[in-house]
Design a binder for this molecule. Structure first.
Ligand SMILES: [Fe+2]
Ligand SMILES: [Fe+2]
Length: 292
């Protein structure tokens, strides 16, 4: 699918992230949440991408950042992990609307677990189960394909895994028909925005599909438009030095104007990105705002 149309503008606010800006009163938490204001002609849509894991902290940050929860029109969930989904029902209750689109991959609600340092489910928690989302006013759009939110802005759909050096980044498993199997995170979605005279903006949650795979998919869907900004988590926190250097090299070849990476990107990868991209790299912090 090719992205149809263009936005006139896009503003991205980091409502939750693992760290905060110097002197900031905002609350950090392990997780990510971004608030988008997408404009096209007369239409403005406010889209919340992920909810991190602490709804109290998220709502407090929204208040400090002047974001009214009632102004949210759509929620997109990038993948199942609790640090992106926990408290979704609380946020929906606060938004207090009916039939608010909640865009997810159809496998979002599966069991997703680690067994180190001990056995635990790390996917969508019971408090945010399907039926509770519906009861709180959300209507689930569960799809594998890219979904247009408005012309110029869509979800990536399932990401093609092309590179030989990228993988999920963490030993995750699920259970299918009573059998334990590796979980390849098929539900990992990103968002792609085409903005008039500004190129493309890519927003990722954790990039479990591989950040280079995500950028390549975006290039296919935008007809090779230049990438203005790549924003989000790259999940390289446990990656080998080799994977990090191959990732940074591949991103370098994609001619990305600015890389804004945080959350699960990890310090080593951030350091390599800084070396490669210089001033075009910024570590992501809660409270940052970017206007395109
Ligand atoms: Fe994450
Ligand atoms: Fe994740």
């Amino acid at each position: 699918m090719k992205i149809q149309g263009e936005l006139d503008s896009l503003q991205v606010t980091i409502v939750a992230e693992d760290s905060v800006l110097y002197e900031s009163p905002l609350l950090g938490q392990h997780g990510i949440s971004m608030f988008l204001e997408a404009r096209r002609g007369e239409v403005t849509r406010n889209i919340l991408v992920d909810v991190a894991q602490n709804p109290q902290a998220l709502l407090e940050n929204m208040k400090l950042l002047g974001i009214q929860p009632e102004s949210i029109d759509t929620i997109v969930i990038t993948h199942c992990h609790y640090d992106h989904t926990q408290g979704l029902v609380r946020i929906l209750e606060r938004i207090y609307k009916s039939d608010l689109p909640v865009v997810v991959h159809p496998e979002l609600f599966r069991l997703n677990f680690v067994d180190e340092p001990f056995l635990r489910h790390v996917g969508v928690m019971g408090g945010d189960a399907r039926e509770k989302i519906a009861a709180a006013g959300g209507i689930l759009f569960e799809c594998r394909q890219p979904l247009q939110l408005l012309p110029g802005l869509c979800t990536s759909g399932e990401i093609e895994r092309e590179t030989d050096f990228e993988e999920v980044g963490i030993a995750l498993r699920t259970i299918v028909d009573g059998n334990i199997v590796e979980d390849a995170m098929p539900d990992d979605l990103s968002l792609f925005a085409r903005i008039r005279n500004k190129g493309t903006v890519i927003l990722t949650g954790c990039s479990h599909a591989g950040v280079v795979n995500i950028c390549r998919q975006c290039r296919k869907m935008t007809g090779k438009q230049p990438i203005t900004a790549l924003i989000g988590g790259f999940h390289l926190v446990e990656a080998s030095a080799e994977r990090i250097s191959r990732t940074v090299e591949a991103l370098g070849q994609l001619e990305i104007s600015s890389v804004l990476a945080g959350h699960c990107t990890g310090f080593n990868a951030q350091a390599e990105l800084l070396k490669a991209f210089g001033e075009r790299f910024t570590p992501l912090r809660t409270g940052m705002r970017f206007a395109f």
